[in-house]
Design a protein around this ligand. Structure first.
Ligand SMILES: [Zn+2]
Length: 318
């Protein structure tokens, strides 16, 4: 345990010295890929927190750490700790400090929900012996990130990938990984802690607002709601959802199901508005949601006054 921590520190010290320029370059795509970083942060405390927050308990084996990028899940197994996502660059030690406050076990695995630097930015802090897992498209997308072009950082890339489904570990430690198609990117993994009945949804469900549709990394607004519908049908026995970026609370399974509907309503309205000759801005302006979405934030988010309608229009016109 001690040795692994020390190793981690040595690795990060060396890497930071060698790759300072790469890391600061990396922060650019991290900001673009992150949630809630465009325009004003949404009300209700859902804006991005700059620093790593205090670890939060779900049960004796599952915790999560908000802030400094995407939410990190901490899964304590018989032989070690599995992290889901590693936040923005330079937060490895802060993540580890939070983990150490609840267990002395070493980090053995990292699962990355997708390619963005605010979710895998601190992978390189952890030594090569830590096994990194992602969906195969995410692994391919990560290869193209500047930070991982540096040979000194290759240990931060996935060691193991899956296409549609994979189970990591077994028994009460088992984690089921699922992929149901494009949404936020083309490699979004749903991470299910089976015995805890909890899922980390990554940025497919970042918060209750318009999602970022990253078409440069294969995301899609036509597929988005459908992908969530497939996941809602295919994934069983989940009560609680850790979102990509809500720093205050976890969400319920029904919240996740509803978020799929929210995105399908967006698509339906985009199709109708385009047909009616409306601009994306007009589509955004006359978009009405059922009252169950009253807790959602539509302003101050994506794509300026057109919201996600700009992105979805582009796709519909192709
Ligand atoms: Zn993201």
């Amino acid at each position: 345990m001690k040795r692994l921590l020390v190793l981690g520190s040595v690795v990060v010290a060396g890497t930071l010295a060698a790759a300072g320029a790469t890391l600061s370059a990396q922060q650019q795509p991290a900001r673009q890929g992150g949630e809630g970083r465009q325009g004003a942060p949404p009300p209700g405390g859902r804006g991005p927190a700059a620093t790593v927050g205090m670890i939060k308990k779900i049960n004796d084996t599952l915790y999560w750490i908000p802030g400094a990028g995407g939410n990190t899940a901490v899964w304590i197994t018989a032989n070690g700790v599995v992290l889901v996502d590693t936040k923005n660059p330079n937060n490895g030690q802060a993540i580890l400090d939070q983990v150490k406050s609840v267990t002395s076990k070493p980090v053995t695995h990292i699962i990355n929900t997708h390619t963005h630097g605010d979710h895998n930015g601190s992978n390189i802090f952890f030594p090569a012996m830590v096994e990194i897992v992602s969906q195969e498209n995410t692994a391919a997308n990560m290869q193209k990130m500047d930070v991982f072009k540096d040979p000194a950082n290759k240990h931060g890339l996935p060691d193991k990938t899956f296409k549609d489904k994979m189970t990591v570990l077994s028994g009460k430690d088992a984690i089921d990984l699922y992929y149901y198609g494009a949404a936020h990117t083309n490699g979004d993994a749903f991470v299910v802690f089976r015995s805890a009945r909890v899922m980390h949804a990554g940025d497919v469900f970042a918060n209750k607002g318009q999602p970022l549709i990253d078409r440069n990394n294969g995301g899609g607004g036509i597929a988005y709601g459908e992908t969530i519908a497939k996941a809602s049908k295919g994934i069983k026995n989940v009560d609680t959802v850790i979102t990509g970026h809500n720093t205050e609370t976890t969400m319920t399974w029904q919240d996740f199901v509803d978020f799929g509907e929210f995105n399908r309503l967006f698509l339906t309205h985009a199709r109708e508005s385009l047909k009616a000759g409306k601009t994306p801005e007009q589509a955004m302006m006359d978009f009405k949601l059922p009252s169950k979405f009253s807790g959602y934030t539509l302003t101050g988010g994506r794509g300026g006054p057109a919201g996600n309608f700009g992105v979805i229009y582009e796709e519909l016109k192709q």
